[in-house]
Design a protein around this ligand. Structure first.
Ligand SMILES: [Fe+2]
Ligand SMILES: [Fe+2]
Length: 367
């Protein structure tokens, strides 16, 4: 695999392998899926799946509170079995509608916890009724434990890394806009773009989730930039500009050190983090810095983060500028599609401006 090729969705591949093993004793189970719980937003997002036939739920997100049947599984901390979905599910949520519409007839849902925190929900769906007998459930519980551990391990590694970075941020060498709400917004915007790209280019749920986790770290190299340059209000001199631009290479070096120190080389998709930090200032036409890559030579995760980061900066107040109206920011993206921005990434955000505004409302700046 070349350095700029998107890595495979490796955790999904392992779920698929588990699914194939299950098929030997319970072939009626035609879908396994993991939805991950985001404690900050209280949402549940599709993350991993192995499905025979079309995937009924991709790029799907809902507030846990809006789906009482799922919320009660999490609260009870106990699995739920449904022997006949057509009788049990009120087709009120989009989730139920899509599951029923895909022909699933029974289901077994297991909540996943790490210590006291809800990690997510694990779904086994079957194409016949009454599949999940106590014997089948007993065997599935073993697999459920394995899958929970897999997900928990990935999450824990990423949290270790974020904690290290938060500690670094506490030393205060960041501008205010580089902490907090801007990072929440730009990372959620990045995830939105990743999902709204054209078919074949869009990231799957697993990659989109890692993008969300890694995107806030894009400017980590600014830790190494002196305060008088980082916080300078007026325009930078040519020399200062060069120093400022070095945050890309400094960030790359820093991320590599952290990955080594915390032994995170085995963490899935860790190259995505490296690519975001190293290439988020490349321009689509090759005029960016520091590598001067262009078009498909720039890793897709970096092209996505660039659009998300710029769009949020434009629509936010800064000490030196007012917040641009959304329409104006969209026009800017559109005017620079193919030069600064990957046209598909720009179009994906322009085409999802309502969702982009919802992200802005969700993570407002605190004065
Ligand atoms: Fe940057
Ligand atoms: Fe930024």
């Amino acid at each position: 695999m070349g350095p700029f090729e998107m890595s495979q969705s490796t955790i999904s591949a392992r779920i698929f392998a588990v699914h194939q093993q299950l098929a030997s004793f319970c072939p009626q189970i035609t879908r396994i899926a993991v939805a991950i719980h985001d404690p900050i937003t209280g949402t549940l997002r599709t993350f991993l799946q192995s499905t025979q036939g079309a995937n009924p739920l991709a790029a799907y997100e809902c507030a846990l509170d809006d789906v009482p049947s799922l919320r009660s599984i999490a609260q009870a901390r106990a699995p739920r079995v449904i022997n006949d979905l057509s009788k049990a599910l009120e087709p009120v949520s989009e989730h139920s509608v899509r599951i029923l519409g895909s022909g699933y007839r029974s289901s077994y849902t297991v909540p996943m916890f790490a210590h006291d925190d809800l990690l997510g929900l694990l779904f086994f769906d079957a194409d016949e009724t009454d599949v999940f007998t106590p014997q089948v459930r007993a065997r599935l519980d073993v697999f459920a434990q394995l899958i929970s551990l897999l997900v928990a391990r990935e999450q824990a590694s990423i949290h270790t890394l974020s904690a290290a970075i938060r500690t670094a941020v506490k030393f205060g060498r960041f501008r205010d806009e580089e902490t907090g709400a801007h990072l929440m917004r730009m990372s959620h915007l990045a995830q939105l773009i990743a999902r709204r790209l054209p078919p074949g280019k869009a990231l799957d749920d697993e990659l989109a989730e890692f993008l969300l986790l890694f995107a806030p770290l894009h400017d980590i190299g600014k830790i190494a930039i002196p305060d008088d340059i980082l916080r300078k209000q007026g325009p930078l001199s040519a020399v200062e500009m060069d120093i400022m631009r070095s945050h890309v290479d400094q960030g790359f070096a820093l991320v590599n050190t952290l990955i080594d120190e915390f032994e995170l080389n085995d963490l899935e998709h860790i190259d995505m983090l490296r690519n975001i930090v190293r290439y988020h200032h490349e321009n689509f036409d090759g005029s960016g810095y520091n590598a001067g890559l262009s078009a498909d030579g720039i890793p897709i995760e970096a092209r996505i983060v660039k659009v998300a980061d710029v769009f949020d900066a434009l629509t936010s107040v800064r000490p030196y500028k007012a917040a641009w109206p959304v329409e104006e920011a969209c026009r800017y993206l559109s005017d620079h599609r193919g030069t600064i921005f990957d046209p598909d990434c720009a179009d994906a955000l322009i085409g999802s401006r309502d969702e982009a505004m919802a992200i802005r409302r969700r993570f407002e700046d605190t004065p």
